[in-house]
Design a protein around this ligand. Sequence first.
Ligand code: PHE
Length: 352
Amino acid sequence: TREDALAQIAAAQDLGTLETLRVGFLGKQGSISGLLKTLGAMSAEERQSTGPQIHALREAVTEALAQRKAALEDAALDARLASEVVDLTLPAPETPRGSIHPVSQVMDELAEIFADMGFAVATGPEIEDDWHNFTALNMPETHPARAMHDTFYFPDKDGEGREMLLRTHTSPVQIRAMIAVVKDNPGGAPLRIIAPGRVYRSDSDATHTPMFHQVEGLVIDRGITLGHLKWTLETFLKAYFEREDIVLRLRPSYFPFTEPSVEVDVGFALLNGKRVLGGSGDAPGHGWMELLGSGMVNRKVIAAGGLDPDEWQGFAFGVGVDRLAMLKYGMDDLRAFFDGDLRWNAHYGFNP
Ligand code: PHE
């Protein structure tokens, strides 16, 4: 009966039961569907009186099913909301925080210091050819310094028949920067760049890793002298070490790509057995530490860069970035730089 059907629907406690009831009443084989089918066999009068009753029953049941369904869904949502409460007082899970590697930090510091002196940052490929890495830098094939560099060579030559290698220093960027400036500007220089990056030598112990970092510096202009080099290095090192008392000593040296060449030492004091930069290395209890190589750019190198050495002069220097980081931040084993131990990174790392 109608009351039975409505009572059953009202009593359904879940959507599954409700669906079973719906199929039982209104499905293809359902009881109400069955009643509707009997209409066809009825006489016209019978149908006129019974038809509306059956249709009314179907409507009432359909309506009751929809209402019950909405009520059950509301209740289910209420229950879910009650069970899924977010406790805002719980501590948030900790997300590990990355930090900048000391080498990247130092390269950023150098770029900033040199930017203040008007230097742009230049780059070159780590996979170089032997012309840029050696020949153009006045190290022809037979030059003994080629052997001194313990070069990693590739088995195959490039398309132009040049030997390919991992660059052994950032000096090939000197050549690339000069060629680029001549191309952009047929008059050529002036040029003021630093070139930070990775370099490679087949060498490994506590103070040497097969990959390490250098920053090259190059200035090309008219009338450049060793005095400009000395002032630039002093200004840079005072800013980098954040000490006004940095004292440099320039020692005659030899590099094929500079003439004259100078090796630059920095004075330090021994305090409790530790080297602290600052002051003249000649003072009692002090000493000199070798820091970098530099010199006036060799005429042959200026010519290899496509510039006229009678018009343009310059100085260049190359310094180890890892070395600079160790000296400023007090690390003692170079290999730890590249072990990828996150505890070391976190200890020496710099928050971004
Ligand atoms: N390229 C040299 C080296 O790797 C350093 C250097 C650069 C020296 C520029 C002089 C001028 O040792």
